[in-house]
Design a protein. Sequence first.
Lengths: 352, 251
Amino acid sequence: MAETTTPSPRRSAPATARPERSSRSLPTRRSRIRYWTIVGVLSALAAGFGFGLLTWDNPMPVGSDGFWRIAEMRSTNLVVIAVVAICQSIATVSFQTVTGNRIITPSIMGFEALYVAVQTAGVYFIGVAGVVALQGLPQFMLQTAVMIGFAMVLYGWLLSGRYANLQVMLLIGIVIGGGLASVSTFMQRLLTPSEFDVLAARLFGNIANADASYLPVAIPLCLVAAGLLLVSSRRLDIVALGRDASTSLGMNHRKETIRVLFLVSILMAVSTALVGPMTFLGFLVATLAYQFADTHDHRYVLPLSALTCFVVLSGAYFVMRNIFYAQGVVSIIIELVGGVVFLFVILRKGRL
Amino acid sequence: MITLTGVRKDYNSDVVIGPVDLTIPEGGVTALVGPNGAGKSTLLTMAGRLLGLDSGTIEIAGYDVTRTDSKDLAKIVSILRQENHFITRLTVRQLVAFGRFPHSKGRLTTTDEEVVSQAIDFLGLSDLEDRYLDQLSGGQRQRAYVAMVLSQDTEYILLDEPLNNLDMRHSVQMMQHLRRAAEELERTIVIVLHDINFAGHYADRICAVKDGAVVEFGTASEILTDEVLTRVFDTPVTVIEGPNGPLAVYY
């Protein structure tokens, strides 16, 4: 391709030297190369961590029956990581788009506070048995349904009234989340130390929390919701312009917003019910994905964010499992390392 | 033709816009002028379906704006608000290309690209088309927004104070661009203006709004008189003959 990066006056350039004036999302050859290089590097990292998780420290000789059996058991974790990665990343990017705000995550809407409250209430009222009582496929489905229902009531009520306003909705979401969190804290104060210990293990984002029996429900929900959001990438691009501009372009902004928020609530509910709170993860990967992709186009940003999220999550899990021997508690390392990486990227580039 | 019939918007018991009956004919530039809080922007945003009406109807080219599908309206009328702030980082060309969404649903064809190029050239942004919006001056950015509205290729264009924050030179250029768009591209442009002299010089028709009602509607020469302007703006105005037509002096 003969496109040049030098700012040559395009009128005087011969027609063949500048093939076309195009409005592509990755306008220059350089930006395309950059994007696909990053995709390549991230894919390699994802494959590396995935492979590492399956084979590292596998006591059986490579290729033997036992080796494959262990790898197969570990592959459940990998699937969980993939599901959570897709849920968190796609949900956060879409949520940021419809709310027109790049520094929030859907978890502030009370999903995680609700999860924590349900778990705490279980232990508070039933004791340690409560944690067990909250495990199992029906309970998982119920918890997911409660979270989606909660979100839909909130969105539906706040976005369809006369004073429908996204900012008000966010504020009320935060207030409800805060309220639920303090109720949980209150109940936690009254627990016995041993009960609290059991509970605390459920309240860190933990890959090992996930039960393989949840996956037959979690995977389809995640794939359908994420798929629908991916398919509506072009509409998300318009929604990102804000209510007025998107309405002028013929978009039913409120309907589209509620539709996206519904899909976001499915993704967040699945992820939270599966592994617990991951407050910072979505925000981190959404920001990184925007830095990496360097385009507004959701067709490029969404897949890249999911890939980034998989790398971050599997990397954190690999480190926790094989270096610190603290199986599964990934949210700690994500918040630590992720925070540093995040600050580094932002300070170096100087913008969100 | 834009027809407002009994249009009303109640903000609270004290602030009521309307009922307004107004017919804006096709073609040319129509300026909405009036004091702050008179309801100019409210009327414009209601016509652009960004704000619901409490009663009455607004028809643009025979389509009722509250009933017609937003998708179809987007091919007839486009509206640009005063404040535009996008969270996404876009180049000028990408922004202007969004104007094609009602036609292409985001899948740009060669024709769409041509229309985008024309809109960019029309507003003299060719050399800036690969720049990001945050690298532009206020005046250039405003032109980019107008280019986006032009590339939407609608017969009716509604602009809410496009001269806001523009200096003299950029204001004049913007009005010249809009005049050309009305004449060469045969668009019907309705524009909210603050400066009565800009309205007097560049608009074909002026609609004076005061206290939520249309008090005057006519050609520039009909509106630019001492008596009318003093009444509309509640401030003494003298109209003198300037080198390029009448000038309102109010200071």
